[in-house]
Design a protein around this ligand. Structure first.
Ligand code: HEM
Length: 610
């Protein structure tokens, strides 16, 4: 018997020696074994429980910079939120967390994590945290942008995608788009040689295009002032949505509206909605608006749905107004900013600009205007637009998505109701995927075109978002931007005032625009200038690109565009014109109808007065 065994037996038998009581010795052995087994079982189970606890403990929140008590990172996000989050992501990794008050903000700057959220967990992350300004500005989120994910959102998205953005919908209102682009050309022709704010010009074109598609209206002529007012108000309105609002961060302060954001939003909202109400009232009084190839404009369709009274498809007047505002805001700032950046980059890279104009000359040739049918063949221009989206995405962080459940992503816990930003600006400039990412190189989109598209499947390049909140306006955006850019570049040459180089400083409001608007000088892109003398004073008719514009030679102001040539010549009836074609020396009488073609570089006489 070992010493140890003797000791245990003696202790267990209260000092009595074994042998006298065999039963006691047996019990002690049994107790020892039982104790050992119990200890082992306890150890085993405690390990099991520990493992279970470790396994079921939620992963940590994403890392991030330390914040201040109560305020969190509120004081750090200004003046440049995009630069701040990009810098913090470089330090803390591709998924980071910031806190404003009690609200959690998660910023993603990795394609694979973006894919997990926007594809694998799309339904969970398809909500929005509606800021107080948007609640006020959209009747509590009745539009598409701020609407919670659900049947109401699907109904509105389907309506826009099927009725406006479908091929048939867009074809049906092509004439309106064409008309507005020609008005823009005419406007610019009146400003040849003068500096113009291109951003403003393009914004007005886009606004006119959108309004004409929505209800057949136009902002040209007398209404141009209205266009500028729209522009100012859209800018302010959008700025109010983007402004960090203490009412959102600390909801108890909401009734105080400390920054006055809600009251300002209300003021602008009443202006927009008042405008829409007058359009709707007019439509209801006068009946259907202008028809486009037998189809109805969007407003007409909405009003008919409003009359239907069927809960599944019916739409209220408030929804109609909120939707119209969405379409106008969604389509103007984003597209005009993109075109402004595209022009800026082309002016900075004359060799790329040359390649665009060569392509335009080859495809459009001597035809008088850029038509939508030309667009699919303008591969290089399309690459220029994509490269512009890559380097200057108008929505560099997309629009924030909100999680409707606590979810684990990339090994971190994203709490319910967090706001998720996707830093497409950083992802699309990431040297791991894009060679020489800061260089403007449209050629990279000429290879691998299928892979490098923005339909939401490539998470290295997704300027329109992805998943169920992807932008509804892509088909319109791509058509209209291609056509406007092609027209501007085919019809005019562009210079910077005083030979300056355009700068690329950015400014983030809701869209990432140029800090300073692009001011450029349009010059005549045609050698075929014609002089007209009436014997008393110089009067000019100058051949202008594509459009057959008639201009006053002294002031270089437009007298008429092609459609109005007849009228212009009637106005000048009785005045003797001697029109000298620099190639053919043609003399015309006043009553002649003339159009000019740029490419043929000659004046075409289509009808003689006598
Ligand atoms: C350069 C052109 C455009 C760009 C870059 C752009 C970009 C975007 C982005 C990034 C989003 C948010 C996606 C997300 O939340 O993940 C969005 C949403 C939206 N866009 Fe666009 N957009 C453009 C043009 C347009 C046009 C032309 C329209 C309409 C006429 C439009 C209407 C909308 C609407 C209504 C939404 C909200 C969708 C939703 O929340 O479900 N956009 N857009």
């Amino acid at each position: 018997m070992s010493n140890f065994y003797v000791k245990v037996v003696v202790l267990a038998s209260n000092g009595r020696l074994p042998g006298g009581d065999g039963l006691a010795a047996f019990t002690i052995t049994e107790v020892a074994v039982t104790l050992t087994v119990a200890t082992l079982v306890i150890i085993y189970f405690s390990r099991l429980v520990k493992n279970f606890i470790i396994k079921t403990k939620p992963p940590p929140l994403p890392p991030g910079p330390p914040g201040l008590p109560i305020l969190g990172h509120l004081l750090f996000i200004k003046p440049d939120f995009l630069q701040y989050v990009t810098k913090q992501s470089k330090i803390h990794g591709p998924i980071i967390k910031l806190q404003l008050g009690r609200k959690v903000y998660v910023i993603i700057s990795s394609p694979s994590i973006a894919k997990q959220i926007l594809k694998d967990h799309d339904a969970i992350f398809a909500n929005r945290d509606v800021p107080a300004a948007a609640v006020t500005g959209t009747y509590g989120g009745l539009d598409i942008l701020w609407r919670p994910n659900g049947p109401g959102l699907h109904k509105l998205r389907k309506l826009v995608v099927r009725e406006i953005m479908s091929k048939e919908g867009l074809d049906a209102c092509y004439e309106f788009r064409r008309r507005e682009i020609r008005h823009t050309v005419k406007n610019i022709l009146g400003k040849i040689g003068l500096p113009i704010n291109l951003s403003e010009q393009i914004f007005l074109t886009m606004l006119s295009v959108t309004i004409s598609m929505l209800w057949g209206g136009s902002l040209n002529g007398e209404e141009a002032k209205l266009g500028l007012e729209f522009k100012d108000r859209v800018e302010v309105f959008v700025g109010l949505f983007g402004e960090p609002n203490v009412s959102d961060i600390f909801p108890v302060l909401k009734p105080l509206d400390l920054q006055g954001i809600e009251s300002k939003t209300k003021k602008h909202m009443s202006w927009f909605y008042g405008f829409f109400e007058s359009v709707i009232e007019q439509r209801t009084k006068l009946g259907e608006g202008p028809k486009m190839a037998g189809s109805k404009d969007f407003l007409q369709q909405l009003l008919e749905l409003n009359q239907r009274g069927d809960a599944k498809t019916s739409i209220s007047i408030k929804e109609i107004k909120a939707l119209l505002l969405d379409m106008i805001i969604g389509s103007t700032d984003t597209t005009s900013t993109t075109m402004e950046w595209a022009m800026t980059e082309l002016l900075r890279h004359p060799n790329k600009l040359r390649r665009v104009t060569e392509e335009l000359d080859a495809i459009i040739g001597d035809q008088t205007s850029v038509e939508e049918s030309h667009l699919p063949r303008l591969a290089y221009l399309e690459a220029v637009l994509k490269e512009t989206f890559r380097i200057h995405p108008p929505a560099p962080l997309l629009f924030p998505h909100m999680s409707s459940e606590t979810t684990i992503v990339a090994g971190y816990t994203i709490p319910k109701n967090s706001n998720i930003f996707f830093n497409v600006w950083a992802i699309q400039r990431d040297a791991e995927f894009w060679e020489d990412p800061l260089r403007f190189e449209p050629e990279r989109f000429l290879k691998d075109t299928e892979k490098r598209n923005y339909t939401g499947n490539c998470f290295h390049f997704f300027p329109f978002g992805s998943g169920r909140r992807i932008c509804v306006g892509i088909p319109l955006a791509e058509k209209i931007m291609m056509q406007i850019l092609a027209t501007l570049l085919h019809c005019f040459e562009w210079e910077l005032p005083n030979g300056r180089k355009p700068d690329v400083k950015e400014k983030l409001q809701l869209v990432l625009s140029k800090a300073e608007p692009l001011v450029v000088v349009p010059i005549i892109n045609c050698d075929g200038a014609l002089d007209v003398k009436n014997g008393k004073a110089d009067v000019g008719v100058i051949c202008r690109d594509c459009t057959g514009m008639v201009l006053d030679g002294a002031t270089e102001r437009v007298i008429a565009d092609e459609a109005e040539v007849v009228e212009a010549m009637t106005v000048t009836k009785g005045v003797e014109f001697a029109v000298k074609n620099i190639w053919e020396n043609v003399l015309l009488e006043t009553d002649s109808l003339i159009v000019f073609s740029k490419i043929k570089k000659k004046m075409i006489l289509i009808e003689s007065g006598n």
